[in-house]
Design a protein around this ligand. Structure first.
Ligand code: UTP
Length: 509
């Protein structure tokens, strides 16, 4: 038996200017009606109307306007920047010491942004569950969990104090449940369950180019997470900053799920930011080439921000310093340091001022006859906030440049989509790094004829390393501690260096 139409839901949608959401109401089952009603009741008519109108007008404005190129971009002043490659060894040591000190005092947390839908990668599960094809078969989540365990262990060994680096994981409706199940199935990858805090970001309806809410099914609104800048609202909604306060956390290292080389709670970066007295910091990599489509961190009219590649004139993109380096070369990798106090100021005061960006996407929908359609071309808009749009509110902002080959290789696209940021490039980036660590530690690799494979240290993302070597994060975080086991020894490729393998090596010395 069909239920009568829901007058309060009808009224809510009328007030939001979206009555057509119920256009298939008569055809829905009782359960479908219940679910649609529940979804609509989550929305508030005023903000919903504003959201839909804003999406359509922003898209219109963007189409009409000439590309917005920033004329007042200024490079980052030297005093706010640091570099892992150019710093004096003594400075690096000092930052590392400071970082480990803060970690050992349990004042540092890591926060993973994992609410994205990963549409370009195109798998039906969260990106963190992806296995890029390493010899160990480890997923991104497992690699990250083990890096947390290792950094805790290193801090404890150095400072003789037990410590915890809590892991906050922002998920969305798409990723929460599978992520929870995955962690439970894998026993939290050896972490203490109560130190892994998952929370959900908000979802917003996707709209078509006329500002009409898109129906994904006859009784289901197409919803999308509100961008990684949805973090700030999610922190409030889920009382995450209170949880951090309870644990005594002062500093938070925020990062994206898809960077296979990410250093968790990187002591050098944390130490650098803390020593500089920063409330907000960004890790960057040097742009690979002038026209690389990444955002750059810079000043615009005296305000720190990330400027998208598309907003910069060709002349500015090509501009170089006397030393030959690009003037605007601080490529943003979405890897940030925040003090908890800064996060409080954003959530309590500035969050409503964050810009909403429009993302034009292919959104599955039902046509007027109710047929499901998978569009070939973009047909709708998702509105997103960006995590880095808060730099403008910082009182003391700093930037730390790191080497791309050591710290950045994102997984964005399927292998079938080309050669950039794919499972293959991510896997190779990690294997090249571990191969370099093994060579630095004095290892030699043998081929199947027991002949030594000539060393090759030049990193070539397009090619496999000459020998396959994967080193568990539980063995080494950044190549440390390997020499005593690997020096002057020969190994057959592939080498999988686990904790057990290391123990065995130690015994036969
Ligand atoms: P991307 O912008 O690469 O988006 O996210 P995505 O969802 O992973 O992939 P596409 O664009 O659909 O192919 C960068 C980081 O921000 C997180 C992602 O999980 C990733 O770690 N993110 C993105 C969120 O946490 N929430 C969002 O709403 C969007």
């Amino acid at each position: 038996m069909l239920l009568p139409s829901a007058p309060d839901v009808r009224e809510l949608l009328a007030r939001a200017g979206q009555p057509e959401v119920l256009r298939f109401w008569e055809q829905l089952t009782a359960e479908e009606r219940r679910l649609l009603e529940a979804a609509v009741k989550q929305l508030e008519p005023g903000p919903l109307r504003a959201h839909c109108q804003e999406a359509a007008t922003a898209r219109h404005r963007e189409q009409q306007a000439a590309p917005n190129t920033h004329r007042h971009m200024q490079p980052l002043p030297g005093e706010v920047t640091g570099s892992s490659a150019r710093a004096e060894p003594q400075s690096l040591r000092g930052w590392r010491e400071r970082g480990f000190h803060e970690i050992s005092e349990s004042r540092v947390a890591v926060l993973l942004l994992a609410g994205g839908q990963g549409t370009r990668l195109g798998v039906p599960y969260p990106k963190g569950m992806y296995d890029v094809g390493l010899p160990s078969g480890k997923t991104l989540y497992q690699i990250q969990a083990e890096r947390i365990r290792k950094v805790q262990q290193l801090a404890e060994e150095r400072l003789g104090k037990k410590c915890v680096v809590p892991w906050y994981i922002m998920t969305s409706e798409f990723t929460l449940e599978p992520t929870q199940k995955f962690f439970a199935q894998h026993n939290y990858f050896g972490l203490v369950k109560s130190n892994v805090v998952m929370f959900e970001q908000q979802m917003l309806p996707a709209v078509d180019f006329n500002g009409r809410i898109i129906l994904e099914q006859k009784g289901k609104i197409a919803m999308a997470p509100d961008g990684n800048g949805g973090l700030y609202r999610a922190l409030t909604n889920n009382r995450i900053l209170e949880d951090m306060d309870r644990r005594g956390i002062c500093f938070v290292h925020v990062y994206c799920v898809d960077n296979i080389l990410v250093k968790m709670a990187d002591p050098v970066f944390i130490g650098f930011c803390v020593e500089k007295g920063a409330d907000c910091g960004a890790k960057v990599v040097e742009k690979a080439y002038p026209t690389e489509p990444v955002g750059v961190v810079c000043l615009v009219d005296g305000i720190y921000q990330v400027v998208e590649y598309s907003e910069v004139s060709q002349e500015t993109v090509e501009q170089r310093n006397p030393d030959g380096r690009l003037t605007f070369n601080a490529g943003n990798i979405c890897n940030h340091f925040f003090t908890v106090d800064f996060l409080k100021s954003v959530t309590e005061e500035f969050e409503p001022q964050l810009k909403r960006h429009i993302a034009v996407k292919k959104i599955p929908y039902v046509d007027e006859q109710g047929n499901a359609v998978r569009p070939e071309v973009p047909n709708g808009i998702k509105m997103e906030k960006f995590v880095f749009d808060v730099f403008q509110f910082s009182k003391k902002f700093v930037v730390f440049e790191v080497l791309r080959e050591d710290e950045f290789s994102p997984l964005k696209n399927a292998d079938s989509a080309g050669s950039k940021d794919t499972p293959s490039t991510a896997r190779r980036a990690l294997l090249w790094q571990h191969y370099r660590w093994a060579l630095q530690a004095g290892a030699h690799f043998l081929d199947s004829n027991n002949m030594r494979i000539p060393h090759l240290t030049r990193h070539q993302e397009a090619e496999e390393p000459p020998a396959v070597c994967e080193i568990s994060a539980l063995v080494s975080c950044e190549g440390e501690g390997l020499e005593e086991y690997l020096k002057d020894r020969e190994f057959r490729s592939p080498l999988l260096l686990t904790e057990e393998a290391l123990t065995a090596l130690g015994q036969c010395q």
